[in-house]
Design a protein around this ligand. Structure first.
Ligand SMILES: C[S@@+](CC[C@H](N)C(=O)[O-])C[C@H]1O[C@@H](n2cnc3c(N)ncnc32)[C@H](O)[C@@H]1O
Length: 430
């Protein structure tokens, strides 16, 4: 244990030294654009290493009592954050770093009681959110300022704290009352609805808006770009071919500069641009198809949108398809449901057709940094709570496909240094 701590201290000091060197170089400001790119990437790397080290340290040095204390801090942090963002407090604090606002003026501007505001802000300040540089006057920190400058960031955190958090907290009740056996999830319990997750979100405009903001924010913060899908499968070799993409993207259009042709069917749209000989049939439920047909993607001649429920037999036209593409779909469903979806596809496949699955990959325990692993596992728990879905590791992808009559796995390709995986399957020999 003492040795572990010693090694951890050395790692931490190394990362901190590296971080400081990067900062020093950056402030000397004598570099050209190329050096600046390297510096930014080095800074990013050493910042992440520091965060990973801190996560390991916390686990290493905390006693059970301190973990309990941390849990108290965590749930207060979550609820105070929601309170401050719902009342849009960040937008009411002056952005200029020389200017501050009194608690009284801030409370009046937000229309909230001064005493509650003050108590909630003083807790939030312990988490790096806002500051009180002189008594009774509130100022921004870089963290609180980000909410005032980036509305998508505010919306995505409101989605987490106001919608995802209650859903995650119902995981216990969901298992206790065997909701999965009734086709329901923790989400159904928390929201007191029988609607499936996506149907519920699309019926609630405020939630749909928050999801749209969430998708924009996540696509700028994480590498979920379709580039890996484009590079990882030999699309060019198909020549003139027909691809059935079994789902559209779920929520509001993302700006055309982020995703080719708007978000509706953005993955097919992006592949269509790179591989002009491919023709795409993009399927989804009726409401999604109606929205897609009204989006900019509808004008692309290589794309057609078709209503289809993937638990039903594929339309006759799919029998000529060369590829069935499932991107970020199967993690939304438990294995038995995934097999139903894949069986419908297998039944429609011509002998030379392929199934291409693009999803997140669960890495083996202990092979990633603690914080990265926690985020990956959190994504898996989110799928469990929302839709009884799951993220899968390499073995689980094999098990899933092996359990589908008429499909054989061809290859599983993890993204090097990334979060994604490509699973390619072919029709079993008769
Ligand atoms: C996570 S999104 C897929 C995202 C998209 N493929 C992408 O890569 O961005 C899941 C999609 O599955 C669709 N979906 C859910 N149930 C469906 C069903 N029974 N049949 C067809 N599509 C369905 C939803 O409407 C939603 O568009």
């Amino acid at each position: 244990m003492a040795h572990d701590i010693e090694v951890e201290i050395e790692r931490f000091i190394d990362a901190a030294r590296h971080y400081q060197q990067c900062l020093d170089l950056a402030t000397q400001n004598q570099q050209d654009n190329n050096t600046e790119e390297v510096l930014v990437s080095n800074l990013q790397g050493s910042r992440r290493t520091l965060l990973e080290n801190i996560a390991r340290w916390k686990n290493l040095v905390s006693t059970p009592t301190e973990h309990w204390e941390q849990t108290t801090i965590n749930f207060c942090a979550e609820s105070s954050l929601r309170w401050l963002l719902e009342f849009n407090i960040p937008a009411l604090v002056p952005e200029d770093d020389q200017t501050t606002i009194t608690y009284r003026d801030l409370a009046a501007a937000a229309g909230v009681p001064e005493q509650e505001l003050c108590r909630i802000l003083r807790f939030a300040m312990t988490q790096g959110l806002f500051d009180e540089p002189t008594p009774n006057r509130v100022a921004h920190t870089p963290y609180s300022l980000a909410f005032s400058r980036n509305e998508d960031y505010r919306q995505v955190v409101l989605l987490q704290t106001g919608f995802f958090a209650p859903m995650m907290k119902s995981l216990y009740e969901a298992v206790k009352s065997s909701e999965a056996a009734k086709g329901r999830s923790a989400f159904n319990l928390a929201m007191e609805t029988d609607d499936p997750f996506y149907a519920y979100v699309s019926k609630h405009p405020e939630l749909t808006k928050r999801f749209g903001a969430g998708m924009r924010f996540v696509s700028s913060a994480e590498d979920t770009s379709p580039q890996f899908l484009s590079d990882g499968f030999d699309w060019a070799r198909l020549g003139k071919a027909h691809v059935v993409d079994v789902s559209i993207l779920e929520f509001e259009p993302i700006s055309a500069c982020v995703m080719v042709g708007g978000s509706m069917g953005h993955v097919s749209a992006s592949l269509a641009k790179t591989f002009p000989l491919l023709h795409f049939t993009v399927q989804d439920l009726p409401a999604m198809v109606a929205r897609a047909k009204a989006s900019p993607s509808a004008s692309l001649s290589q794309l057609e949108f078709v209503e289809h429920d993937f638990f039903q037999s594929q339309p006759e036209a799919s029998r000529q398809a060369d590829v069935f593409l499932l991107r970020l779909v199967l993690n939304n469903w438990p294995t038995s449901k995934c097999r139903e979806i894949l069986s419908q596809i297998a039944a429609a496949m011509k002998p030379s057709a392929k199934v291409v699955i693009n999803n997140f990959l669960l890495h083996d325990r202990g092979t990633l940094g603690k914080r990265t692993e926690a985020l990956e596992r959190a994504r898996d728990l989110f799928q469990m709570a929302a839709m009884n879905g799951m993220e899968r590791d390499v073995q689980e992808w094999h098990e899933l496909i092996d359990g589908v009559d008429g499909l054989d796995i061809e290859k599983v390709v993890p993204q090097v240094g990334g979060k994604q995986v490509l699973v390619v399957a072919r029709k079993s020999a008769q």
